[in-house]
Design a protein around this ligand. Sequence first.
Ligand SMILES: Cc1cc2nc3c(=O)[nH]c(=O)nc-3n(C[C@H](O)[C@H](O)[C@H](O)COP(=O)(O)O)c2cc1C
Length: 297
Amino acid sequence: MLGKIGLAPMAGITNYSFRKICFDFGAEFAYTEMISSESLIRNIKINEKYIPKKDEKDKVGIQIFGSDPIVMADAAKILEENGAWIDINAGCPVRKVIKKGAGSALLKDVKKLKKIIEEVKKAVKSKVSVKVRLGFEEDNFEKIYDAVVEAGADMIAVHGRTAKQMYSGKATWEIKNKGYIPLYINGDINSLDDAKVAMEVSGADGVLIGRSSIGNPWIFSDRTPSFEERLNVILKHFELLKREIGNMAVVEFRKFIAGYTKGLKGAREFRSNIMKIEDPENLIQCFVNYFLYLKNS
Ligand SMILES: Cc1cc2nc3c(=O)[nH]c(=O)nc-3n(C[C@H](O)[C@H](O)[C@H](O)COP(=O)(O)O)c2cc1C
């Protein structure tokens, strides 16, 4: 990974448009959404939307998930030239993914995880990172870390929860960084101050920020934007998303509205109105009017 502060991978969120907005605010690197290795080797075309674009490829890691070492290696080989490095998902706790032995299920089968890392490493020239949790049911981080290093991974990122915890409780930053490879800490980092503390507590080389960046990309710069700046970011983000996915952008953009309007006067009423809008031009006008109202009140 290419700096201290990056945008964590989030399926359905960290597409090209959102990555670009986060880069504008100082994110030093980002990941794609997770890409199914099985799906990719069967049909590259339907996965094209996940592949980094030329203008960002030096800063974006491509995340793949799966459970078959050879399929993972083949997928990594197909993808590697399109991104800055390859990341292996060994943290996803979603049932559909675990059921297939992928994501955080690999934390229960460290031998398999090692084999995947080894095969992917053999298949590609680019660096290979692994994103893990502390363990599946309990904290086995030390064992997982050792396995990841032994298998030859170049970097590791850890979300300080077990898979069983999903997103409950508070993520721990108290992990043991043995320092053999760069380590990134993740989970509940909600400001640049948090990032500093998390790095101090864990001895990590950097952090990944996930949920706190949604509709709040200025988290990477740690300054509060003016109303005008906020509106400009919203309009730019929406425009990029519209270019990326067409009119579907109106619905997809709803994921960001709570974040973009957090703490603003009349936000609750505004949100309930804007969530009903289906026309892109209407959505833009609605934001412009709302920010005009905020400015004048
Ligand atoms: C909507 C959503 C989608 C996610 N998708 C992925 C994913 O595709 N790959 C992955 O490794 N982690 C994924 N995660 C986990 C995040 O990368 C991160 O580890 C987690 O949210 C904890 O960090 P945070 O507290 O900063 O959000 C996802 C999280 C969320 C909320």
